[in-house]
Design a protein around this ligand. Structure first.
Ligand code: ATP
Ligand code: MG
Length: 551
């Protein structure tokens, strides 16, 4: 693992160090990760997870995993189990598994309290009217004619809303703060709406559901969270967060601090948008290896350590940066370069017959599994008369600087012999069927002397290789900022997946376990995909090598 132990300095750590030194919250650091179970987690969530769990761990505190399950329309058990799996896979342990829905009774009691104190009222304007009355950034809002309803009347209506006596949209419960506030979030925000939807945990008990701003701060307080870390878009909501806590006086006293969300080039980090890619069939599912989801990255061959290392490298800042995809790729490359055994595989095979090699014989070559790490051992590779090389490693009319095989030219077969191409055999359409080559028996494992052989290419033995499918991925979108496109679906890269269905791999790899990763020399790192069957192996390219033509 290349993950560094050193915890980099950032403003949240500095803030928490000061809090602890000042004995704030009795030196406790308690955080939460609060996903809405309306999709799978993505890399942006990984940043939040690493920050929340990481910082609490550092200060001997704890972290809750809390499902913010207040919108039953979009939430599901499938999403909840995927989220739990992904957090655990990243290597983190939550103290308690919590659900905002567990607090519905308490939240309702607080709402009644606010109404009694004259700080909340039931409004009966329509949604459109409420929007119109809200005003804009430049114009103040207008007070609702229902704003001065008596607390008794509001309490009675609220009870009716809860019991299902009204239709959706007929009433809402709003806080009574300030319709002229320069902060629109304080212009009497709604905190409960009527929704007659079955909830997967509270079933049909509730006909009203609380809204995010109201639910979140109180859930934090109820759980005893000390540091509520969230992304920048909630900065303008902080006064509301504090207002609700001041007026309800729950036991806990959490404080909200915002940090810059992760944005990554050539992809989208939003569950709401990713779900559309899944539902429209543009990708094969939430775990499609092109997806920026944790499940997608796992299937792509990323390890938990490489994702944590990514989060460490990008750091935590107060601003909204866009990260280059290379930063992510380098994290997994650096790790796999150390850990992955080397193999050879051919994506687009071209048959080579070594005419100088006696038929029916083979030679067993001993090949190291890793150039530096001897602990990874070695394997036997058979060299015999029929081999496959990569179609792109042969050129009949070589472009300038072409260092690989050409008619009459020589090349070294990695870990094997130097061969010369004597004849190009074609079919009636002029397509190349095979190359007939001869080998130089004096060139095994030593520098070819007396003549120049510039190129080294990879190969597999015909008899010892089997057909496999190798999937090579490119960026999901063809522009770094897909959301700048009118419809981001139009920015999808049509070539984000190329399947090589006639690829050939070493016979032993056909039995490799799902999830195991190899470096295919000169091509990159490849992971065994769960689509692998007893009949055929399927590999995903995790990432290319830094230099495709190295070697
Ligand atoms: P969507 O991706 O659909 O917009 P969301 O951002 O609302 O969903 P939540 O489930 O609310 O996702 O997020 C859970 C936590 O993850 C929140 O605290 C949120 O701030 C954090 N988070 C979400 N996206 C990012 C991101 N890009 N970078 C860092 N943290 C993020
Ligand atoms: Mg969000």
């Amino acid at each position: 693992m290349t993950e560094s132990d050193s915890a980099p300095a950032h403003f949240i750590r500095s803030m928490i160090e000061k809090d602890v030194a000042a004995n704030k919250h009795n030196k406790l650091v308690a955080t939460r990760f609060p996903p809405e179970p309306n999709g799978y987690l993505h890399l942006g969530h990984a940043k939040s997870i690493c920050l929340n769990f990481g910082i609490a761990e550092e200060f001997n505190g704890w972290t809750n995993l809390r499902f913010d399950d207040t919108n039953p329309d979009k939430e599901s058990e499938e999403y909840m189990s995927a989220i739990k799996r992904d957090v655990a896979w990243l290597g983190f342990k939550w103290k308690s598994l919590c659900y905002a829905s567990d607090y519905f009774d308490q939240l309702y009691d607080y709402a009644r309290l606010l109404v009694e104190k004259g700080l909340a009222y039931v409004d009966s304007l329509s949604a459109d009217e409420i929007r119109e009355y809200r005003g804009s950034l430049t114009t103040p809002g207008k007070e609702s004619p229902y704003r001065n309803r008596s607390p008794e009347q509001s309490l009675e209506l609220l009870e009716g809303m809860k019991n299902g006596d009204f239709n959706e949209g007929e009433h809402v419960l709003r806080l009574k703060i300030d319709m002229a506030s320069s902060n629109i979030n304080l212009r009497d925000p709604a905190i409960y709406r009527i929704k007659k939807t079955h909830h997967y945990r509270t079933a049909d008990k509730w006909n009203i559901y609380p809204l995010y701003d109201y639910t979140h701060c109180l859930s934090d307080a109820i759980e005893g969270i000390t540091h509520s870390l969230c992304t920048l878009e909630f900065e303008d909501h902080r006064p509301l967060y504090n207002w609700v806590l001041e007026q309800t006086q729950p036991e806990g006293s959490p404080e909200q601090t915002e940090f810059g969300p992760l944005n990554l080039e050539y992809t989208i980090l939003s569950k709401r948008k990713l779900v559309q890619l899944v539902n429209s069939g543009k990708v094969r599912g939430w775990d499609d290896p092109r997806m920026p989801t944790i499940a997608g990255l796992r299937r792509r061959g990323y390890t938990p350590g490489s994702i944590r290392e990514f989060c460490r490298r990008i750091g935590v800042t107060k601003n909204d940066a866009v990260i280059d995809m290379l930063v992510l790729e380098n994290c997994i490359r650096d790790e796999l370069n150390e850990t992955a055994e080397r193999r050879m595989a051919v994506l687009e095979p071209l048959k080579v017959v070594i005419t100088s090699w006696p038929e029916g014989t083979s030679e067993s070559l001993n090949v190291a599994n890793h150039p530096q790490n001897e602990a990874l051992g070695s394997r036997k590779v058979q060299f015999s008369r029929e081999l496959y090389i990569e179609q792109s490693d042969f050129a009949e009319i070589p472009p300038p600087k072409f260092k690989r095989l050409t008619p009459g030219g020589e090349v070294r077969l990695r870990s094997g012999y130097v061969i010369r191409c004597d004849e190009v055999v074609k079919d009636e359409n002029g397509e190349i069927i095979e190359l007939r080559c001869s080998h130089d028996a004096d060139t095994l494992g030593q520098k070819p002397q007396g003549r120049k052989v510039k190129g080294v290419i990879h190969w597999v033995n015909a008899d010892d290789s089997v057909v496999a499918e190798i999937r090579v991925y490119d960026r999901l979108f063809n522009r770094p900022d897909p959301l700048a496109e009118e419809d981001y679906m139009d920015a999808l890269n049509p070539n984000s997946l190329i399947s090589f269905i006639d690829a050939r791999i070493d016979r032993t790899l056909a039995r490799a376990e799902t999830g195991s990763v190899y470096q295919f020399e000169r091509q990159g790192y490849f992971v065994v995909d769960p689509d692998t069957s007893p009949d055929q192996a399927v590999f995903n390219r995790v990432v290319a090598l830094r230099d495709t033509w190295a070697g």
